[in-house]
Design a binder for this molecule. Structure first.
Ligand SMILES: Cc1cc2nc3c(=O)[nH]c(=O)nc-3n(C[C@H](O)[C@H](O)[C@H](O)COP(=O)(O)OP(=O)(O)OC[C@H]3O[C@@H](n4cnc5c(N)ncnc54)[C@H](O)[C@@H]3O)c2cc1C
Length: 385
């Protein structure tokens, strides 16, 4: 593995950094306060080609892969972690999954629209009573001959109130467990859909999260992605891509926390010295730095393996699991290091801590990823592509 970045990777990273600093940073405080998803930022990201990583150029892709995508997500998440979600909702969720499993007509129609931002995307498997045990989902699409009749509720869906299209995982054979799930490319303008924004989240305040209820929604059959009742495999493949988006987001947040902690350790003086001169503060900084660099190695390696189509499920889970662990630790240390100022909104420590906690749950809880890593390491399950 070559650790040197290519000139192109360096350029795309710099571009993303400038974009995040100039176009996202000015709105962070306002959008956090108002829990606002800002359409202009989304449109600018689309215009820059941010939703085209791993997507074929004939569908509007940008010709770059997981590694470049991770570098960009990292820079965006470093400035405002809520915005890391957009990459998964457009690119590594719907667009890439349709590219892998879709019929040609679906690829031609949907992918360019997710990449360009014309369609605001989502993916939905979680339900009020079903999270980790995806196979047990209940939201049901009954075959009515010409169409499906859809009933049920999805919960905690990112972009839930703003998406117009997205991947929706439903039960088409209610007694078949994982073998009864089908993936639909859902049109959210259909009658019978009610959406409710969740305003009480701990963090990710500039990202939209919602409950979506389906009541007797008539869904045309041509929106089935891949084969009927093969949705579980599609879901696992999708998650293996979008999880890397999580890991890269955690890396970005970890970088922001480290930078803020170093800045404050150099600025703040107590007992006549910069606090960074005290060994206990140095221990905090050293740990944050080591953990950040270790996470970077895990994220880039998982991306590198993905770009070469080499087995990477274990590596992706390691980056997701480790990312969650270290970013929560770093956010906690950062707040301590800032003393009472860390506990006030004058500094971003509160947002760091709030946003860090998402990584322990989203796209597979830390327990789930521990099992994936352990089962692969022990040889109980193969490490897959
Ligand atoms: C901000 C936000 C955005 C989200 N966006 C989306 C989205 O876009 N689409 C979507 O589908 N979902 C989304 N989710 C939902 C998220 O993916 C789920 O919450 C997650 O998969 C966990 O499910 P759960 O909350 O039901 O927890 P549960 O599965 O009920 O787990 C509860 C606890 O039990 C543990 N546990 C469960 N089973 C086991 C086991 N077998 N062994 C050991 N421990 C176990 C878990 O690790 C966890 O600690 C989002 C959630 C949030 C908070």
């Amino acid at each position: 593995m070559d650790f040197a970045q290519t000139q192109e990777q360096q350029m795309i990273q710099d571009m993303a950094k400038n974009f995040a600093e100039n176009e996202i940073k000015p709105y962070v405080d306002e959008d956090e306060k108002n829990q606002h998803w800002r359409r202009e930022i989304f449109e600018k990201m689309a215009a820059l080609g941010f939703f085209g990583f791993c997507i074929d150029e004939k569908y509007g892709g940008n010709g770059m892969g997981f590694l470049e995508g991770s570098l960009v997500i990292e820079q965006v998440a470093k400035v405002h972690t809520s915005w890391r979600m957009a990459f998964n909702m457009q690119c590594w969720g719907p667009a890439l999954t349709i590219q892998k499993f879709g019929a040609q007509a679906q690829k031609d129609y949907y992918i360019p629209r997710f990449v360009s931002g014309e369609f605001i995307g989502s993916f939905a498997m979680t339900e009020p009573d079903i999270g980790s045990d995806v196979a047990a989902m209940r939201c049901r699409a009954q075959d009515k001959g010409d169409y499906f009749l859809l009933n049920g509720t999805k919960m905690f869906i990112t972009n839930g109130t703003i998406c117009n299209h997205g991947l929706l995982y439903v039960k088409t054979d209610k007694d078949a467990g994982a073998k009864g799930i089908t993936c639909l490319i859902m049109d959210y303008s259909l009658p019978g859909i009610t959406r409710r924004k969740l305003h009480d989240k701990v963090g990710l305040w500039a990202s939209d999260t919602a409950e979506i209820a389906f009541e007797d929604v008539k869904v045309p059959k041509e929106v089935v992605l891949g084969k009927m009742n093969k949705g579980f495999q599609i879901c696992m493949a999708q998650l293996n891509a979008t999880r890397l988006g999580c890991s890269a987001g955690a890396l970005g947040l970890s970088g922001a926390i480290l930078e803020q902690s170093i800045k404050y350790a150099n600025e703040r003086t107590q007992f006549g010295k910069q606090i960074g001169r005290y060994q206990l503060i140095q221990q905090q900084i050293a740990e944050m730095k080591m953990e950040h660099e270790s996470l970077a190695a895990l994220v880039y390696k998982a991306a590198w393996l993905k770009d070469r189509n080499l087995p990477n499920v274990m590596e992706t889970s390691m980056s997701k699991l480790y990312g969650a662990k270290i970013v929560v630790h770093a956010a906690n240390e950062c707040m301590k290091l800032h003393g009472s100022y860390g506990y006030s909104e004058e500094y971003p420590c509160g947002r760091f801590l709030r946003d860090s906690k998402q990584f322990e749950t989203l796209e597979g809880t830390s327990n789930m990823h521990t099992m994936i890593v352990a089962n692969a390491a022990l040889g109980y399950a193969p490490n897959r592509v």
